[in-house]
Design a protein around this ligand. Sequence first.
Ligand code: ZN
Length: 125
Amino acid sequence: MPIDIKEFEKKFEWYPFGRIQDFLVFAGQLQRHGYTLEDVKEYVETKISEQEILRKKYILYKIDCPKCGDPLWLLPVNDKPSTQTGDDSKTVMMCKNPDCLYTEFSTKDINELVYEMIMKQKGGN
Ligand SMILES: [Zn+2]
């Protein structure tokens, strides 16, 4: 039975057409690999709670600048055209202190760096 296009558009006018197209591609891949929407929900909830834990731990385990001791900024690089560094680094750590400006690039991503820090702190206890 064909759907009522007008009614469909009215119910989902808040959802961009491009996203509906993306959803179709994604749903096709889910089906192909035997996953359900419940599986996707579980995946998203797991990722969110993992990121939440990392974010909380990051606040607890701040990285201090090895030069001056001020907190470092962790920023992703090479993730978009404006942050290209010409190498394979994924993260830059920059000192927030304008008199120091210590900078270090890493091939690890932010989650890996934070995880490593947490492990170091645990090991140091
Ligand atoms: Zn510094």
